[in-house]
Design a protein around this ligand. Structure first.
Ligand code: NAD
Length: 257
């Protein structure tokens, strides 16, 4: 087991990457706190972990709210005595996100509040807990669009993920000597609910697929395995990275037929 006796907190643990990671982390020996705004989905992840013989608990949290982030950390320490792995993964992609002219202020604010401020708040309250535990690993879910402009306009989302990557780098530098590693997981386009709702026509899906050398969307489980690496001591000298798991999308200039 790669993270035995560790305590992990995963935001957005009710679906997609967060859910796959919660299940995998529990299989690898971690106690898991699943935080999500969606109680039904979050509780169902916990039920699956417990049914498989693991340990997990659910905390209802909206990561854009400071009180909720403070509470999820407090609940984690109260239940399991420490926090070692903080996976700030919750994120949204608003269906009205578009180019700068068409994107509304509401879409911008909603996206920034959850995707960027949510990661900041997770770190703000989580870092003191990691220090109390003697160190740990933070994984922030950014995206390949932290590094590239997206083919389908989504300026608020792209800007929010750029913020996650920059924040991650700076925190990695600040906390390196406190045994806290901070890395950004940068997934490529995935076959999860978040993206499939946004790329809601075959034409939009194809427009994205054409850029991926592997010619397919990634799976949540493939991100979970990368997150496990970053969470575990296997990544003991890895901090401040943009950890790309993207089917080669950022390596491609022209994609082969
Ligand atoms: P998903 O929609 O399957 O899961 C997201 C989860 O976050 C859901 O359970 C949702 O309820 C929860 N959530 C949403 N807003 C929240 C809030 N305010 N507070 C707490 N929980 C909240 O999406 P996913 O594809 O698993 O995405 C996870 C992360 O990966 C996101 O940060 C997303 O931006 C990022 N990402 C996704 C893709 C992709 O193609 N799907 C690509 C790159 C990055």
């Amino acid at each position: 087991m790669r993270i035995e006796n560790k305590v992990s907190l995963i935001t957005g643990g009710g679906s997609g990457i967060g859910k796959s990671s919660a299940l995998l982390f529990a299989r690898e020996g971690s106690k898991v706190v699943v935080a999500d705004i969606n109680q039904t989905e979050g509780r169902s992840t916990v039920d699956e972990i417990i049914a498989a013989g693991g340990e997990a608990t659910f905390v209802n949290a909206d990561v854009s709210k400071a009180t909720d982030c403070k509470n999820m950390i407090e609940q984690t320490e109260a239940k399991y005595g420490a926090l070692h792995i903080l996976f700030n993964n919750a994120g949204v992609m608003d269906s009205n996100d578009d180019n700068a002219e068409a994107t509304t202020e509401d879409t911008w604010d909603l996206t920034m509040n959850i995707n960027a401020k949510g990661v900041f708040l997770g770190c703000k309250y989580g870092i003191p807990a990691l220090k109390r535990a003697g160190g740990g690993s933070i994984i922030n879910t950014a995206s390949f669009v932290s590094l590239l402009g997206a083919a389908t306009p989504q300026v608020a989302y792209t800007a929010s993920k750029g913020a996650v990557l920059s924040l991650t780098r700076e925190l990695a530098v600040i906390h390196a000597r406190e045994h806290i590693r901070v890395n950004a997981l940068c997934p490529g386009p995935l076959r999860t609910e978040l993206l499939m709702k946004f790329l809601n026509t075959e034409e939009k899906k194809q427009r994205r697929l054409v850029h991926i050398p592997m010619g397919r969307f990634g799976e949540a489980d493939e991100m979970a395995r990368a997150a496990l690496f970053l969470a575990s001591d296997d990544a003991s000298y890895v901090t401040g990275t943009e950890f790309l798991v993207d089917g080669g999308i950022t390596a491609a200039y022209v994609t082969p037929e």
